[in-house]
Design a protein. Structure first.
Length: 116
């Protein structure tokens, strides 16, 4: 059986990198996660581990997998697409999502017909 060890310092660096790519301060990012800025600083410095709830929030806010946060393993594109679709469906009203899917299907059918 494979053993997976979480390197807290590397995990913290990944979280900090994701936060800075979004141009968010520790204070702002911590507010988004409902944690204190000092707790976030400890996580980013590898001195404290994040709870599973905090990891899940970070993953959702940053559009990455929890596996990526823990181990640095990149996820497959299909997983990222699924996450984006899920967030799309959670963000917009059902009627607008259905219209968007109909438009996407129409566009894809047009593209298929042009290739034939």
């Amino acid at each position: 059986m494979t053993s997976y060890l979480v390197n807290l310092k590397e995990m913290g660096q990944r979280i900090k990198s994701l936060r800075t790519k979004q141009n968010k301060t520790q204070d702002f990012f911590a507010d988004m996660l409902y944690i204190s800025p000092s707790y976030l600083a400890l996580i980013e410095n590898g001195k404290r581990t994040a709870t599973i709830g905090v990891l899940a929030q970070i993953a959702k806010v940053c559009d990455v997998s929890v596996d990526y946060l823990l181990f640095g393993e990149e996820e497959y594109n299909s997983d990222r697409t699924h996450q984006k679709l899920q967030r799309f469906m959670e963000t917009y009203p059902k009627e607008k999502v259905e219209k968007a899917f109909l438009l996407a299907e129409f566009y894809l059918n047009l593209e298929n017909n042009e290739q034939k």
